[in-house]
Design a protein around this ligand. Structure first.
Ligand code: NDP
Length: 407
């Protein structure tokens, strides 16, 4: 049985729900807390976590009367305990404390830690059979097969929180899994959608951070500009919904109003639409299997006026094509794709490489990885983390020669 429910096959949730937010101080965390804030009588906050942001975490813990809070950075424990003294809120620090937050009983958990650090805590929630709104892409990109198998074994319920996957999740509900022919993930095309390849090559950080529609963190905004983010989403979709690469299409849709579509065998296409605001997919996950009041601006299609669509250009955005290659090769290469991209984006932010070199570094790392014969299926979180580390080292080694190459 799939860990992603295909229909509203659970009894409607009633009474006060205990919720946990991993990554509460981030962008997704912020949207989640905004939804909880709108209906305080409906939710009891069990646990909240952050990496280093003690001030932000303490503020949220006090406001929501959380039972337990944790920071990943162990050196912040004293500061955290001092700020919470006399409140009765339990606290912890270090990776084990983040895992404890995930293990504590709750009715619903948001997995929104950024990066590969989100994998182990999400798995801890999976192993207790939790209902998990999954925002962290790396769980699926780095360990997709294995993550979904563990979820199916434990009876965990995975609710896709990323907007495109949430759209597919909603659209899939109107048919049966066997009736699906393909899914279509939309992409805004980012700030460089209409730029010539030579200009994309030289794009600055400031230009890459100007996303036309979505307001998000720095890393994911740069990934949107390179379309690597869409690549990560293609991989996510494949693992979440057990799809082959041939069943996944990407469609550039600059207005970001349609987030995803599902085509069934009668060629009916079901789409989910909404204003580009992460609070809508998160509200869907938080309310599931019911619908709760949203917090985004209602969609005004007359005001939007026109919805347009384009085929993605793999020549100008090679990072997207590499995601399909990584998926087809499998055996840990999607982990390599993600790791190399993280190294490349950090190097671009540090002005060590040009924007166009991001995809070249990812491609060179994937090629070297395959050439070295490193292919093997993943069977544990430690496997995924080991590949992630080795791929980062390989990308860092290749970085100087990629940076030096003239284009
Ligand atoms: P942010 O960088 O805004 O927030 C990340 C959160 O994780 C913060 O609470 C941060 O704490 C915490 N964190 C960071 N590193 C660690 C660590 N090593 N251990 C424990 N906690 C850590 O990220 P986003 O909210 O933008 O994204 C979160 C995830 O959701 C990512 O995987 C992203 O790809 C995905 N996503 C994001 C979307 C968006 O619109 N932003 C859309 C769809 C998916 P602190 O504040 O202390 O640094």
């Amino acid at each position: 049985m799939s860990a992603v429910p295909l229909r509203n096959d659970k009894a409607a949730a009633s009474g006060v729900r205990r919720v946990t937010v991993l990554g509460a101080t981030g962008s997704i965390g912020d949207s989640t807390m905004d939804l909880l804030r709108a209906a305080p009588e409906r939710y009891q906050v069990e646990a909240l976590t952050a990496n280093t942001n003690v001030d932000g975490l303490v503020k949220l813990a006090m406001e929501f009367r959380a039972r337990f809070v944790a920071v990943a950075d162990e050196s912040r424990l004293g500061e955290l305990r001092a700020a919470l003294a006399g409140t009765g809120i339990e606290s912890g620090a270090g990776d084990s404390a983040i895992i404890e937050a995930a293990q504590r009983q709750s009715d619903w958990l948001m997995a929104a830690v950024s990066g590969a650090a989100g994998l182990k805590p999400a798995l801890a929630a999976v192993d207790r059979g939790a209902t998990i709104a999954l925002a962290n892409k790396e769980c699926l990109v780095c360990a997709g097969d294995f993550f979904m198998q563990r979820a199916a074994q434990s009876g965990a319920c995975i609710l896709p929180a990323d907007s495109e996957h949430n759209a597919l999740f909603q659209a899939l509900g109107s048919g049966n899994r066997e009736e699906l022919t393909r899914v279509i993930i939309t992409a805004s095309g980012g700030p460089f959608r209409t730029w010539a390849a030579a200009d994309i090559e030289q794009a600055t950080l400031e230009q890459a951070l100007k996303h036309p529609n979505w307001s998000m963190g720095q890393k994911i905004t740069i990934d949107s500009a390179s379309m690597m983010n869409k690549g990560l989403e293609v991989i996510e979709a494949a693992y979440l919904f057990a799809l082959s690469p041939d069943q996944i299409d990407v469609l550039v849709h600059p207005q970001s109003i349609i987030h995803g579509m599902v085509e069934f065998r009668d060629f009916s296409v079901m789409a989910q639409l909404g204003s580009p605001d992460m609070r809508t997919p998160i509200a869907h996950c938080l309310g599931w299997p019911d619908r709760i009041p949203g917090r985004a601006a209602p969609l005004d299609l007359a005001k939007v006026g026109t919805l347009t669509f384009e085929t993605p250009d793999y020549a100008r955005f090679p990072g997207l094509k590499l995601a399909f290659d990584a998926l087809r090769t499998g055996n840990g290469v999607t982990t390599v794709y993600n790791a190399a991209n993280e190294i490349a984006v950090a190097a671009f932010i540090a002005q060590k490489i040009r924007f166009g070199a991001i995809a070249r570094l990812v491609e060179a790392t994937m090629n070297d990885w395959v050439r070295a014969g490193n292919l093997a299926p993943l069977s544990s979180a430690d496997d995924a983390i080991a590949i992630d580390h080795r791929a980062r080292e390989m990308a860092a080694t290749l970085l100087p020669q990629i940076a030096a190459k003239a284009f």
